[in-house]
Design a protein around this ligand. Structure first.
Ligand code: TNX
Length: 539
């Protein structure tokens, strides 16, 4: 239980602005435990940062903290390597006596010094993020005072994610990095990168260059210039493998795993445009274009050996680029029309002794799952992967069609991630103002996001433990420019962070809104576009 916030110290009226910074409730997500102390610590240009000699993880965190402080307050404290921190220093240390868990940390702020301790690098990083938030709660440059307090903190869930769709609208490496940086400052740890879809294939695969040469561009027949919605035509974009590595390393430095998604058996039109032989050949009259339209399309991968060879080769290259334990294989919205119409696919269904096309998709997912197992990776898929048969035990289910899929999967013993449509979708409009850029309806407000509870009420005990976390999804049909992406993301990312990190018992909308005031100022100072008074938050 977190005690009430300390009152600003009346004895130091000249420090009024800094006293705001000292308010312990300036943290998002709200920490698991917070105990106020006596007095305040002043963090300024003279402050020394201290790390034990040889503690490389602590040095990295201290350097990152100093660089962030430089950007936010205009000074970077010097770093000393010392066995014992000097009086008045901020020390960072990997400490086996720190709170249990790789992502947990303790942050001790006293008038005569600050200690950040964790058992592992991730926890130490999060401790530094909390200290940075406290140090930036009051706007402006220069020294700042932070109220004495002791924080012990650890996340509620292991999977704290955000999905970005770069297929419908492409995002530059710089834009992706900026999102990853904000994720880190919210203690989110999983970036799910939706890299392929009907409207574009966005990751270079050495073995199949046409995937990006052809699949990376959409050009409606006869259209040049700009389309009706202002989208330039042709519309192209993909990441080279060097860029993918750069993003993966950038995320890793912030303790974020990047989970790639390669869609199958549906949402495959861009791949089939590039290599029509991957499709259901006996029903394809001609190669399709990369889709210039939104919506659910009917192009499915075929189910013969060359297509599996292709998919496995692609996944092997992908596995070489992404060290993540998980690889997402999509599985959503695979309309079965082409499999139904194909004599060859029907013959395969009979030869395998399967009941129908649903069972065939389940068999398909099982095959890919086995392949990923040989590469020591865990398959994740949208909840349709539960349909039509038995899913490999190791597969993890991402529940998007409400929470029913999560309940079913958890009862069957699968790990589950909640990302239900609308509740945690970032592409819905967030207000009823008619000047808000386009979004899906009905409106999904910041308060709706904040009110989401990750564990479905049907799950208790061991079954509830199968819920490893949640993520918000940013589908990008409506997100042509990065300004729209930022408006959709911020500050809804703050609500998400609290939903997945903080103990549920402390959820308090009014308190959250108070903590958003300094957070919106942080966005402004970082030049990150956020929906403040305009759409999301009514102060
Ligand atoms: C459904 S949610 C999809 C996406 C679309 C989204 C919004 C999910 C797994 N699939 O392909 O972008 O609706 O239109």
């Amino acid at each position: 239980k977190t005690p009430a916030a300390t009152k600003p110290d009346a004895a130091a009226p000249a420090d009024a602005a800094a006293a705001t910074a000292a308010h312990p409730s300036a943290l998002i997500p709200r920490p698991a435990q917070m105990v106020p102390g006596q007095g305040r610590f002043v963090l300024g240009p003279q402050t020394r940062l201290s790390v034990a000699a040889g503690d490389a993880a602590a040095r990295t965190v201290a350097e990152d903290f100093a660089a962030r402080l430089q950007r936010a307050r205009g000074f970077a404290p010097a770093i000393d390597a010392a066995a014992q921190p000097a009086a008045g220093a901020v020390s960072f240390a990997i400490d086996p006596a720190a709170p249990a868990g790789e992502e947990a940390y303790a942050l001790d702020i006293r008038a005569d010094g600050v200690r950040v301790r964790a058992r592992a690098a991730a926890g130490l990083f999060y401790g530094a993020v909390s200290l940075w938030q406290l140090a930036t709660a009051a706007p402006g440059q220069g020294p700042t005072a932070i109220a004495a307090q002791r924080i012990e903190d650890a996340p509620r869930f292991a999977w704290r994610g955000l999905m970005l769709d770069v297929a419908r609208h492409f995002r530059s490496v710089e834009e992706v990095k900026s999102i990853i940086d904000q994720m880190a400052l919210h203690k989110l740890n999983t970036f799910h990168w939706h890299l392929t879809d009907d409207q574009g294939w966005r990751i270079q695969i050495q073995r199949y260059p046409r995937l990006t040469e052809v699949g990376g561009c959409r050009i409606p027949a006869g259209a040049a210039g700009r389309g009706e919605d202002g989208t330039p035509r042709p519309y192209c974009g993909f990441y080279t493998q060097a860029q993918i590595r750069e993003v993966v390393a950038y995320a890793a430095a912030r303790h974020i795993a990047v989970v790639p998604e390669i869609e199958m058996p549906g949402h495959a039109q861009a791949a089939i445009a590039a290599y029509p032989e991957l499709g259901v050949r006996d029903v394809l009259k001609q190669a399709p274009p990369v889709s210039p339209d939104w919506g659910v399309h009917t192009y499915l991968y075929g189910v013969d050996e060359p297509t599996f060879e292709f998919l496995q080769n692609v996944l092997d290259e992908v596995a070489g680029l992404f060290p993540s334990k998980y690889i997402h294989i999509g599985g959503d919205e695979a309309a079965k029309d082409q499999w139904i119409a194909s004599p060859a696919v029907q013959a395969k269904i009979r030869a395998l002794g399967l009941k129908d096309e649903m069972a065939l998709q389940s068999w398909f997912v099982g095959r890919i799952g086995k392949h990923l197992e040989t590469r020591q990776r865990v398959l994740v898929g949208w909840d349709e992967i539960l349909e039509g048969g038995k899913l490999p035990a190791s597969a993890t289910v991402m529940s998007w069609r409400g929470t029913a899929g999560a309940v079913e999967a958890a009862r069957e013993g699968h790990d589950v991630i909640l990302s239900p449509d609308r509740k945690l979708y970032l592409d819905y409009a967030q207000s009823d103002r008619d000047d808000e850029p386009s979004g899906r309806y009905p409106v999904s407000t910041l308060q709706d996001f904040y009110g989401f509870e990750v564990i479905p009420q049907e799950l208790q005990g061991e079954q509830a433990k199968r819920v490893i976390g949640a993520q918000a999804n940013l589908w990008s049909e409506h997100k042509r420019g990065f300004d729209r992406v930022e408006l959709a993301l911020y500050p809804r990312l703050d609500a998400l962070a609290e939903v997945v990190w903080s103990p549920q018992a402390g959820r308090d909308w009014n308190d959250f809104q108070r903590r958003l005031v300094p957070q919106l100022a942080r966005y402004r100072a970082q030049k990150v576009g956020a929906s403040d008074a305009a759409y999301a938050v009514k102060f």
